[in-house]
Design a protein around this ligand. Structure first.
Ligand SMILES: Cc1cc2nc3c(=O)[nH]c(=O)nc-3n(C[C@H](O)[C@H](O)[C@H](O)COP(=O)(O)OP(=O)(O)OC[C@H]3O[C@@H](n4cnc5c(N)ncnc54)[C@H](O)[C@@H]3O)c2cc1C
Length: 403
């Protein structure tokens, strides 16, 4: 949609081919239905949040910055608001409003929208040693000829939204390399069954550390929010970690250590525990834990620390208090791997950036063929950065398409 708009604004005649019955199905579910459409940040922060091939994106980011993106949507009549960490959302909290303004602009610019139409093949010819793409063949066998063909089919995560990885197949038929596809921003599976008992529990303001072995060097650390699921862990800090630790996890399980009390050091926490236990008196240990932990975590932590969670506070031993302190500062789980691609927010890997010209997003060896968005081998962390990649690459491409 964004590329179609950028091209149509230059007066190019554009046909937008969408396999679904409506536009923007994935956009609709972004940001939990609120669409975190970009991040209100400078180029340095934007680049720092790109995990794969940031350099390839420098020019595109420069052409269409987050500020340009916000301005673009304001111009289309979409009001926005900026939340924690620079995350930009529509003021209405409705992703559907983002789609609406894009659709309205597409109509205003007379872009021909072909819904329920799947691009299933490319029309390729050869002259000398150069391949030329002259359009697409639809699932129904219709040929749509065009001077420029832009593949914006997304990745292959959440395939029910329409992104099933068709763009990767099309790229391969044109002789382009598609790098290994992996899930990114995806939940993690955990060995310990106790996570299931805490399913749905969200921990805010925790610090997480990932290590190969207890005591070994920290491979990744973050601060923020996470959630327990029936199979393991998810939430912002876990999703971000998944994009950076995917390769490490292929080599074997990692230890996730959760500091539930990062604002207190061991000494301060010990003093707090002493206070709670002293004032607890005859109250059961389990009951006292309410002051320190959310309800669903209490049975799990109590069992890790003592054989008798019902014992009165004044009978809790020094060893048990020490064990509670250590468990609160370092709740250790074994991460066995990542969940599958269809559950991933983003597909890592894609059309190799080595074979694309970053100035035009065009395939170096196929004239008339371009790639934008998630289909390219780039991905970023959460915060609106992935959509900014899609917008920036699309605008750069649309503005540069040869007439
Ligand atoms: C649950 C979830 C939440 C997310 N939240 C955010 C967020 O808040 N902020 C953020 O920055 N990023 C978010 N992302 C990531 C973001 O949605 C993607 O990076 C972005 O949508 C990629 O844009 P795209 O245009 O490249 O691909 P897509 O948005 O996937 O669009 C591709 C389109 O091409 C169509 N298509 C595919 N194959 C064909 C074909 N053969 N013929 C015709 N049409 C075809 C599809 O139907 C689809 O409409 C989220 C992703 C998920 C899954």
């Amino acid at each position: 949609m964004m590329c179609a708009l950028a091209a149509a604004r230059r007066g190019l005649s554009v046909v937008l081919v969408e396999r679904n019955e409506k536009l923007g199905k994935k956009l609709y579910i972004t940001g939990k239905g609120r669409c975190n459409l970009t991040n209100d940040c400078d180029l340095e922060k934007l680049r720092a949040n790109v995990v794969t091939n940031p350099k390839f994106l420098y020019g595109a980011f420069h052409d269409f910055t987050p500020e340009d993106c916000i301005g673009f949507f304001h111009e289309l009549g979409l009001k926005t608001k900026t939340e924690r960490g620079g995350r930009v959302f529509p003021s209405s909290d409705k992703a559907s409003d983002v789609i609406k303004v894009l659709e309205k602009e597409l109509k205003r610019l007379d872009v021909s929208i072909r819904l329920n139409t799947r691009a299933s093949d490319l029309i390729l010819t050869e002259t000398g040693d150069k391949r030329i793409c002259e359009g697409v063949v639809t699932g129904a066998g219709e040929k749509i000829f065009s001077q420029n063909t832009v593949i914006a089919t997304g990745g292959c995560s959440y395939p029910t939204t329409g992104s099933e990885g068709d763009g990767f197949k099309l790229a391969r038929t044109a002789g382009l390399t598609v790098t290994e596809l992996n899930p990114g921003l995806v939940p993690m599976t955990v060995k310990e069954p106790c996570v299931k008992r805490m399913q749905g529990l969200s921990l805010k303001n925790v610090e997480v550390f990932f290590r190969r072995e207890p005591g070994a060097k920290v491979l990744y650390k973050d601060f923020g929010e996470m959630i327990f699921t029936h199979f393991g862990v998810s939430g912002p800090v876990i999703l971000s970690a998944s994009s950076l630790l995917g390769e490490e996890l292929k080599r074997g399980a990692l230890f996730l250590e959760i500091d539930l009390k990062p604002a207190l050091d061991h000494e301060q926490l010990d003093r707090r525990l002493l206070r709670e236990l002293e004032s607890g008196g005859k109250k059961s240990f389990k009951n006292m834990l309410k002051a320190l932990l959310p309800a669903s975590a209490i049975p799990v932590f109590a069992e890790l620390v003592t054989d008798n969670p019902e014992k009165p506070c004044n009978e809790v031993s020094k060893k048990e208090r020490e064990s509670l302190r250590k468990t609160l500062k370092c709740f250790r789980l074994t991460v066995t791997g990542l969940r599958e691609l269809d559950e991933a927010v983003i597909t890592r890997g894609g059309v190799s950036v080595k074979e694309l010209d970053p100035k035009s997003m065009g395939a170096k060896n196929v004239k008339g063929l371009f790639f934008v968005g998630e289909v390219i081998d780039t991905d970023a962390l959460t915060g609106g950065f992935n959509l900014q990649i899609a917008w920036s690459t699309a605008v750069r491409c649309g503005r540069g398409l040869p007439v």
